[in-house]
Write a protein that binds this ligand. Structure first.
Ligand SMILES: Nc1ncnc2c1ncn2[C@@H]1O[C@H](COP(=O)(O)OP(=O)(O)O)[C@@H](O)[C@H]1O
Ligand SMILES: *[C@@H]1O[C@H](CO)[C@@H](O)[C@H](O)[C@H]1NC(C)=O
Ligand SMILES: *[C@@H]1O[C@H](CO)[C@@H](O)[C@H](O)[C@H]1NC(C)=O
Ligand SMILES: *[C@@H]1O[C@H](CO)[C@@H](O)[C@H](O)[C@H]1NC(C)=O
Ligand SMILES: *[C@@H]1O[C@H](CO)[C@@H](O)[C@H](O)[C@H]1NC(C)=O
Ligand SMILES: *[C@@H]1O[C@H](CO)[C@@H](O)[C@H](O)[C@H]1NC(C)=O
Length: 632
């Protein structure tokens, strides 16, 4: 245990952000959707995926030893539920003891396992290992890899650097995990910015404006974040932040599911509450119904064969939906009130309220906001999935050499939404970095011992606003040994907290007499994988990519051969050479092979060798016809 010595002295060092070469992309790795953007001179481009969509589902599936990412993974979810990994972001950087993890273990259809206090996805079999564990980071890295490849083929050059966005509530460990995930995907995170800040950056772009306060109301699938920022031309500053980390779209779905379970019990006398698969099916349909009710007055839900030959067929009105969710709307109101109170602003000082996140599409939610912020402009047309990504790309561009020289550089002031400190005698919280401090920064405080001849102190690090540490969140701890041999209250131990430009905390403790010291990046302290493990995962990811690339290449080769040959056949040379029957034979071979590829190119059961073989066979058969001709 340590005790506050007496004097407090503060040092503030503002670390400079490094400048990078072109290009840096912006990525929003979301819970449900992800996207990648790039700023090209003045325009921000949302880089489409291979299907032409601006967003890609954050879903990964394993099928016949092959990983599938995005739409294809989502589409096969119904037939392959145990091996379709979704909602992974909620587990990012979480301790295995976090309530989110036990809730996920209970509800998810894939198998989450804890080993050595880390969270893994367990599959019964992968290649010749059974079972096989995949880390949460590794699976998310596959989504990032896809986005990276998308960007590098779009921009025609390899991509290394990225700005990533994270929810404003992400703690140290979650931010560190985000950096690790990128590393596994072969990406270097040059900066992490919060999602509301990215929204504000994207919103403020191109606006010639005086100073004003804006409020970003981001209501997603799992959390409600309300952030107030000050913006003016090329300037953006965090003002305050309030959130309800356990309120989101899912809670509305859950209330609907509860209601439907009751309805089913009434009409069939069957209680499906313990049937994980039936619940999952209901949940998917409840979510759809909820979304429909945002634009229509009534939604109809039909699920064939929900249980034992029972077809579920039910309708729900918007009115009923609002009734069922009254408690959630109340909580939304309270969260708005509390977040607003924390900003110390009057209502007329909040110029614009920007709605973000899927759940802010719910009409009742919009009505609550309109009733609360009667004097603000409510911006609804910004509710789109790509806004966060666009902000990240603008931020990314600022960090390039070109961006640094631009006259339109954004000055950006970041403030920590939470206080950091250490535990002192009596279980009290001694704050070192207070809430709303601008970062990057570094602050120190002096502490001393509470026992005579104490040689070791335990530095316990907490975040939160409560006077007692027990009511705050512990984010790390370490020992400092080699303390000056002395009576209590004599040694001087300097504890320094530094927040880097990503808001990641590093703690150093030093005995000023003996110079014995210890230094920890807090997130690294808590069960994060080691550098070596990350390197191994990076290698695994590359191997998986290589294999998938080889399959794509063999499909590509086959397609090229088919197409080129079909084109060549139009040339008179062939027409002169071949009899009509032979000509038709070749066309026949090519068309049936083309059709076969079309039908099977997405079939994970068919390995690259089969496509290679198909090419060989096709070439052989065609050559046979041609050679016979030449031999004559
Ligand atoms: N039209 C809609 N009406 C109501 N809720 C919606 C609508 N569209 C999306 N949602 C909900 O928004 C949530 C997803 O929020 P979003 O901001 O997209 O992602 P995240 O999962 O990253 O928080 C889901 O619960 C989804 O059901
Ligand atoms: C998924 O796993 C569960 C539990 O192991 C099993 O009962 C179920 O049949 C599996 N479903 C499919 C579609 O493989
Ligand atoms: C998950 O893994 C555990 C441990 O191997 C196993 O006992 C369990 O049956 C698996 N569950 C599913 C749903 O596959
Ligand atoms: C579903 O219910 C509605 C009315 O409740 C009925 O008109 C419709 O035929 C039913 N559909 C099916 C497929 O049972
Ligand atoms: C609001 O006022 C309180 C009390 O004076 C202060 O502690 C807090 O830091 C202020 N918040 C902001 C965002 O200025
Ligand atoms: C990393 O991979 C190497 C080579 O396969 C292996 O020897 C080593 O144990 C791995 N390290 C970790 C931490 O997994």
């Amino acid at each position: 245990m340590i005790q506050v010595f007496f004097a407090i002295f503060l040092t503030i060092t503002l670390a400079n952000q490094v400048v990078y070469g072109d290009p840096i992309i912006g990525i929003d790795l979301g819970t449900t959707y992800s996207s990648v953007c790039f700023q090209n001179n003045y325009n921000v481009e949302i880089i489409p995926n291979e299907k032409g969509f601006k967003t890609t589902p954050t879903v990964v599936a394993l099928s016949n030893d092959e990983f599938i990412v995005g739409e294809d993974a989502q589409e096969q979810a119904i037939i392959n539920p145990n091996n379709t990994f979704y909602d992974i972001k909620r587990l990012t950087g979480r301790s295995c003891y976090h309530p989110t993890v036990s809730k996920a273990k209970k509800n998810l259809l894939y198998n989450l396992t804890i080993q050595n206090k880390r969270i893994y996805i367990e599959v019964p079999k992968y290649k010749n290992e059974s079972p096989k564990l995949f880390s949460i980071d590794q699976i998310q890295a596959m989504v990032l890899t896809k986005l990276k490849n998308q960007a590098s083929s779009y921009l025609g050059q390899p991509i290394k650097n990225v700005v990533m966005t994270v929810p404003i509530g992400f703690d140290d460990s979650q931010k560190q995990a985000t950096i690790d995930i990128a590393k596994i995907a072969g990406l270097n995170v040059v900066k992490i910015i919060s999602e509301p800040k990215a929204v504000a950056i994207a919103y403020g772009k191109d606006k010639e404006q005086g100073e004003k306060n804006i409020l970003v109301f981001d209501f997603g699938g799992g959390t409600l974040d309300i952030t107030v920022l000050k913006i003016k031309k090329n300037y953006i500053e965090d003002i305050s932040h309030g959130s309800e980390i356990n309120l989101g779209g899912e809670d509305f779905d859950f209330n609907l599911v509860k209601y439907f379970i009751e309805q089913i019990k009434e009409s069939t006398k069957i209680d499906i509450k313990d049937n994980k698969y039936a619940i999952q099916a209901l949940k998917i349909e409840a979510k759809k119904a909820k979304e429909i009710l945002s634009s229509q007055k009534i939604a109809i839900i039909k699920i064939k064969n929900l249980i034992q030959g029972y077809d579920f067929n039910h309708s729900i009105t918007r009115e009923k939906f609002e009734d069922l969710n009254e408690n959630l709307f109340e909580r939304t109101k309270l969260t708005i009130q509390s977040a607003y109170d924390q900003s110390n602003l009057s209502k007329d000082e909040i110029a614009d309220v920007i709605l973000a996140g899927g759940s802010s599409r719910i009409p009742k939610v919009q009505q609550i906001i309109e009733n609360f912020f009667t004097q603000s402009k409510i911006i609804k047309d910004q509710i789109q999935d790509e806004l966060v990504c666009v902000g990240a790309a603008i931020q990314a561009n600022q960090l390039t050499k070109k961006g640094q020289q631009s006259t339109n550089r954004i000055v950006e002031i970041s403030k920590t939404p939470i206080s950091f400190g250490v535990e002192i005698e009596g279980g009290l919280m001694s704050i070192i970095i207070p809430k709303l401090s601008k970062y990057p920064l570094s602050l120190s405080k002096l502490y001393t011992t509470i026992h005579d001849y104490q040689s070791t102190v335990l530095i316990s690090i907490f975040q939160g606003e409560n006077k007692f540490t027990i009511l705050n969140t512990q984010i790390g701890e370490f020992e400092l040994t080699g303390i000056q041999v002395a009576k209590k209250r004599i040694p001087q131990i300097e504890v320094t907290f530094s927040l880097d430009f990503n808001g990641i905390l590093q703690v150093t403790a030093i005995d000023l007499e003996t110079k014995s010291s210890n230094n920890q990046v807090i997130a690294k302290n808590l069960l994060r994988p080691t550098e070596e493990e990350i390197q191994n995962l990076t290698k695994d990811n590359e191997d998986i990519q290589k294999e998938e690339e080889e399959k794509l290449q063999s499909i590509e080769k086959l397609k090229i051969y088919q197409n080129e040959f079909l084109k060549d056949l139009q040339m008179s040379e062939y027409k002169d050479l071949l009899k009509e029957i032979e000509y038709d034979q070749i066309i026949q071979l090519l068309t049936s092979s083309t059709q076969w590829v079309k039908m099977n190119e997405h079939n994970t059961k068919i390995k690259k060798e089969v496509f290679k073989k198909e090419l060989e066979n096709l070439q052989n058969q065609i050559n046979k016809i041609l050679n016979k001709k030449r031999d004559l």
